[in-house]
Design a protein around this ligand. Structure first.
Ligand code: TRP
Ligand code: ZN
Ligand code: CA
Length: 438
């Protein structure tokens, strides 16, 4: 295992950006520019996030107590957010749609620059329900995403990826705005998303710290941030698919996000790790008239705002692992004569999303009668892809071949194994090396 990790050339390359020191990476066949080094994300000032919430509360108060789809308070919320982004140098787009007989709006803000073929997006729904001001649901996510976007501008961040921010309309009517946005993305545009990060209810007054269990690389980014704070997290289970990330996930875009809980009750065990009140809802004002400025836990809002910035900074400037990079294992593995199958592992890390439809497995197996051998590629989840069957008539030496596998239904990251079995007595051999090319 140790040798395979050290010789995992693409992983070594990716690590350079993460560890500022260390041994020079083993060159890959395709290395071009040096990997960019991620800058540390700024601390997002809680006072700024709360100032946005104060404004959203004033907007609700001035517009019949809510910021719901089709009501004047919604459009005023959009106008407030758009003005901040325009002043900070974003390219904003107001997207209109119709739902329940009323015009709805999505606000999209692009930060100029970055690789247009790798879009990282963060978003939040800006509408409330009609029964209240919606300050936790979802002024909290809207304000934190807005302040993170403004921090990108203050830093004049120049990420590798293209950054986009979104505020969705009519989420409370069934994810209407985000579904509309995704449905109107041409397939070529969808394919450019490296990820979508969703923030819906991140300042609940009796908070839990929940991370969406979706794309592993995004999930790890949030968990690493919380591990750094020493705050435990749990997987979000209060209704996967109940917020705008579902619109993106449904078309195959890698997603992630944070959540501090809605109407579910905090348990005694959760109070042990996070404090707060057991037997009480995470947000007892969920979808009700008391979801006002006072319905916010400042510590949760502060931590989650910083977590958003950490994710944006890390995921948009992380060393990219370009197509063509490979992962290999050069350690010999003996294949026992007419015996049990053996495996050799390569660990793929630092990628997002699925493996390619043209994953290439190049194998170099030395053997005195290759017809004895059955060879499979095992995906991280154990799915076997047959590369070669046995044959009593194929008496040639060695298997030195490259197989193309449609691995598009597999997650790229994880432990991939080459499994080799010798099923006929007498001739013998060993795995000399093998590699996976993405
Ligand atoms: N989006 C839901 C709402 O606005 C709240 C919610 C429930 C939620 N479960 C969730 C948000 C899980 C994010 C993740 O009513
Ligand atoms: Zn809601
Ligand atoms: Ca044999």
């Amino acid at each position: 295992m140790h040798v395979s990790a050290a010789r995992n050339t693409a992983a070594a390359f990716a690590l350079v950006g993460l560890l500022l020191a260390g041994a020079a990476p083993v060159a890959t066949a395709t290395t071009a520019a040096p990997a960019p080094v991620a800058l540390a994300a700024p601390d997002i000032p809680l006072a700024n996030v709360k100032a946005h919430l104060t404004q959203l509360q004033s907007i609700a108060t001035a517009n019949g107590g809510n910021r719901a789809h089709g009501r004047t308070g919604y459009k005023a919320s959009i106008d407030y957010t758009k003005a901040k982004l325009d002043a900070a140098g974003f390219t904003t787009t107001l997207q209109q749609f119709t739902s329940s007989g009323a015009i709805g709006y999505n606000l999209i803000a692009d930060w100029p620059g970055g690789d247009a073929n790798q879009v990282l997006m963060a978003g939040a729904h800006l509408d409330s329900v009609a029964s209240g001001a919606g300050i936790n649901d979802n002024g909290s996510g809207s304000a934190a995403v807005l302040e993170t976007a403004l921090a990108v501008s203050r830093a004049q961040l120049q990420p590798t990826k293209h950054l986009r921010f979104g505020w969705w309309g009519a989420e409370e009517l069934g994810l209407v705005g985000s579904k509309y946005y995704v449905a109107n993305l041409p397939a070529t545009e969808r394919a450019k998303f490296s990820g979508y990060l969703n923030f819906d209810m991140i300042g609940s007054p009796n908070p839990g710290y929940f991370v969406y269990d979706d794309d592993p690389a995004i999930e790890k980014t949030f968990k690493d941030f919380y591990a750094g704070l020493g705050v435990p997290t749990e997987i979000e289970t209060e209704g996967d698919g109940r917020s705008d990330h579902a619109s993106f996930k449904n078309v195959g875009i890698p997603v992630g996000g944070l959540f501090t809980g809605a109407s579910r009750t905090k348990t005694a065990a959760q109070v042990q790790k996070w404090g707060g009140t057991s037997g009480l809802a995470f947000d007892r004002c969920y979808h009700s008239s008391c979801d006002t400025s006072t319905n916010i836990n400042d510590t949760a809002l502060d931590r989650n705002s910083d977590a958003i910035a950490h994710a944006i900074w890390t995921l948009s400037t992380e060393p990219t692992v370009p197509p063509g990079d490979f992962y290999e294992n050069l350690t010999d593995v003996t294949v026992p004569d007419n015996g049990a199958a053996v495996t050799s592992t390569v660990t793929v890390a630092g990628r997002t999303g699925s493996a390619p439809a043209t994953l290439k497995a190049a194998v170099d197996i030395k053997h005195t009668f290759r017809g004895d051998l059955v060879i499979d590629l095992l995906a991280p989840d154990g799915t076997a892809y047959r590369l070669k069957n046995s044959s009593t008539s194929d008496s040639a030496d060695n298997v030195i071949a490259t197989y193309t596998v449609d691995a598009s239904s597999e997650t790229a990251n994880g432990a991939w194994r080459l499994r080799v079995q010798d099923v006929v007595a007498r001739d013998t051999g060993y795995i000399d090396s093998w590699k996976l090319t993405f």
